[in-house]
Design a protein around this ligand. Structure first.
Ligand SMILES: Cc1ncc(COP(=O)(O)O)c(C=O)c1O
Length: 448
């Protein structure tokens, strides 16, 4: 029945029935908050341990809950919703995105196995692969996932995982998931099922609203729920969406390594984050498009990367891969840009924004109600020795687009190095006046 309804509606209502909780009397799913569960008899306790790790469908029998770190109802309902919205069989949530990513790698890879990852990744994922995986006897290779020839030359019997983000954090490069599916299928023809080459995609930037990698052939999708899925910047969490055959191993891993998502965070993500995801993303995307176009037209900006721009180098792939629940092109809410250093100092610009721009906040993280700006090269991606030191990343929030553009414009005008005569009044005239102001006052030029 539920399948008749659009994803947007299903995200608002969640499962209409679940063996995991009584839905007859609650409109909002309840927040369970118990570390341990009453076991009517020893047999029930034994059953809980025996059955732990098995797949439980919403239509199935109520599971025996034993202890929060094993499984619990609120988290479990969120997991059903995340699996469904990503088009996967099952989902396991974690304490953070990094806990989910490390559990994915830890539950698949054994001593001597190899992972091939795209060169550009979120800084901590890069650190996990560079600093920790080799210590556990896992070989890590970094190859451009869009260079299929280089990949073919490198994949060997030990290679178990192809790992990437698309769009990448922070450069917004895309990876063609379908092309990698075809490649992995060729290798898997000669492999035993338990040694299959797996495609793991970090879908944090796009969210399932803008891209569902399993539809394009990914085996596993990982998420930082801390970002747009949580959506309000109040919860830290992670999720792994996987095929049924991998669920048990991931649940056992989470049980023993212990990185569980708290039920309180699961509840907030389920009750506030998921139902508002399409609404927030549509709005953020609309604003991101306006801001990206405005930046592209500004003479101090050297390069803007946003999948919705005509100048985006992988525009065709973006249009194929990034689609919302209604099938419309969904380029997301992240922008990456570089300024012309002869005209403006990026650090000075960001400092000016941090001091005075009300609608933009200098902070790491992304997918917030508030627009966040940062310099990945010296912040989130400082572990990369060769990261561009002054490129800027913006995560667009829910503010009015004209306020964000005006704050950016004022910051640029205040700190630009070139002469005031070179400024572009035609562009500034198009901007809305500040609250209560009939027109923009000319401001003194800052001499640098
Ligand atoms: C693409 C991506 N993946 C994973 C993570 C890690 O998520 P968390 O901070 O929830 O551990 C981040 C965090 O910024 C990220 O941007």
């Amino acid at each position: 029945m539920k399948k008749r309804y659009k994803t947007t509606t299903r995200l608002v209502h969640g499962p209409d029935h679940s063996a995991k909780w009584d839905f007859s009397h609650h409109v909002t799913p309840p927040l369970s908050s118990s570390t341990t569960y009453r076991l009517d008899c020893a047999q029930r306790g034994a059953r809980g341990f025996q059955e732990f790790g098995n797949f439980v469908s919403d239509a199935g029998e109520t599971p025996v809950y034993v202890y929060d770190r094993l499984d619990e109802p609120t988290r479990s309902i969120l997991e059903s919703e995340l699996a469904e919205v990503e088009g996967g069989d099952a989902c396991v949530t974690f304490a953070s995105g990094m806990a989910g990513i490390s559990a994915t790698l830890g539950s698949v890879l054994e001593l001597g196995d190899e992972i091939i990852a795209h060169p550009v990744l979120y800084g901590c994922t890069h650190s996990l692969l560079t600093n920790w995986m080799p210590r556990q006897g896992v070989c890590v290779e970094r190859i451009d996932m869009n260079d299929l020839d280089a990949l073919c030359g490198r994949i060997g019997d030990a290679t178990r995982i192809l790992y990437f983000e698309t769009p990448t954090n922070p450069t917004l490069e895309l990876v063609d998931i379908q092309a990698l599916r075809r490649l992995a299928d060729e290798y898997n023809k000669k492999r035993a099922p338990e040694r299959r080459l797996l495609i793991v995609v970090d879908n944090t930037f796009a969210t399932p609203f803008a891209q569902r990698p399993i539809e394009h052939g990914a085996d596993i999708v990982v998420h930082s729920l801390t970002k747009n899925l949580g959506g309000f910047g109040t919860e830290v969490g992670g999720a792994v969406i996987c095929p049924k055959r991998m669920l048990s191993q991931l649940l056992l891993y989470r049980k023993d390594f212990g990185g569980i998502l708290s039920s309180k965070s699961a509840w907030a993500i389920m009750v506030y984050g998921l139902p508002t995801l399409p609404l927030r993303l549509k709005r953020q995307q609309y604003t991101a498009d306006l801001v990206a176009r405005w930046l592209e037209g500004n003479s101090v900006v050297r390069r803007v990367v946003y999948p919705g721009l005509d100048s985006f180098p992988q525009r065709e792939l973006a249009e194929t891969q990034m689609r919302d629940f209604d099938g419309d092109f969904a380029p997301g809410n992240m922008i990456y840009f570089e300024v012309d250093e002869t005209k403006i100092d990026a650090l000075e610009l960001v400092d000016r924004i941090a001091r005075e721009a009300y609608s933009l906040t200098l902070a790491v993280s992304l997918g917030h109600t508030k627009t966040l700006i940062e310099i990945p090269g010296s912040m989130t991606h400082s572990v990369y020795a060769d990261a561009p030191p002054k490129a800027i990343r913006i995560s667009i929030g829910l503010e009015s687009p004209s306020d964000i553009i005006r704050d950016l414009d004022e910051a640029i005008e205040d700190v630009r190095r070139d002469d005031a005569n070179n400024r572009e009044p035609w562009k500034r005239e198009a901007l809305p006046p500040r609250n209560g102001e009939a027109s923009r006052e000319p401001r003194p030029r800052v001499v640098t």
